[in-house]
Design a protein around this ligand. Sequence first.
Ligand SMILES: C[S@@+](CC[C@H](N)C(=O)[O-])C[C@H]1O[C@@H](n2cnc3c(N)ncnc32)[C@H](O)[C@@H]1O
Length: 219
Amino acid sequence: MKKEPDNTRPLAYVLFKKYGVRGALRVLVEDVLFDYYHRVDTFRPVSNKKLFHGGNIDEQNRYVPSTIASISSVMEVLQEWIALEDCEFVDLGSGKGKALIAAANWPFQHLTGIELSPQLHNTAKTNIERLDLTKKITLLQQDAAEYQFKPNEQVLFFFNPFTGQVLERCLENVTRDGITRFVAYMNPTEDEVYCKHLKKIAHRHFQPGDVEVCFYKTP
Ligand SMILES: C[S@@+](CC[C@H](N)C(=O)[O-])C[C@H]1O[C@@H](n2cnc3c(N)ncnc32)[C@H](O)[C@@H]1O
């Protein structure tokens, strides 16, 4: 059984503890106030017990958003290997759309988010409508294990969204067509599963928050 976070602490306490003083201020401005300013909802976490019932609930992870800072760091690394303007971006387990919204600042041809929870999918839809990003971002409400990648979807992002059979099936689909793809995996608790399907090319820690990300390439 996964440990649920303690949501009773004040937001300021959580931010300062996780990101330090300067990092907390950055996240406050770029992520928390972003939501207030644009009247969107991307930052509040949601437990997986509120999202999923039955099935393989222990393989689906809860919703925690990326930060603008962490996605920027990921993109800076990825563009060492691939021209972002030549390909499309897919977020597997896109939640309320935060990683997509942050990645839309980079020159991808298009962005797609795959999210299992209808509740989070609907919140993401409202968010991207309010941000006028509907032409740039496509949202699909489905199990990522079933998703068939298009040839130019060559940059894939996983913020530790799922484990077990769901992850195995998704990674089989990533490599099935032999296309070169780059995968960024944030909070990499299942590194050995990714290494079974992909070739690991880098392992980095980004500030603020000491965010751990592994990077892989299709073999
Ligand atoms: C840690 S959150 C990441 C959210 C988003 N990628 C971001 O970076 O802001 C993981 C997300 O994966 C979703 N998820 C879990 N299992 C899934 C599955 N089988 N198919 C698609 N999405 C799934 C959860 O609902 C949750 O929104």
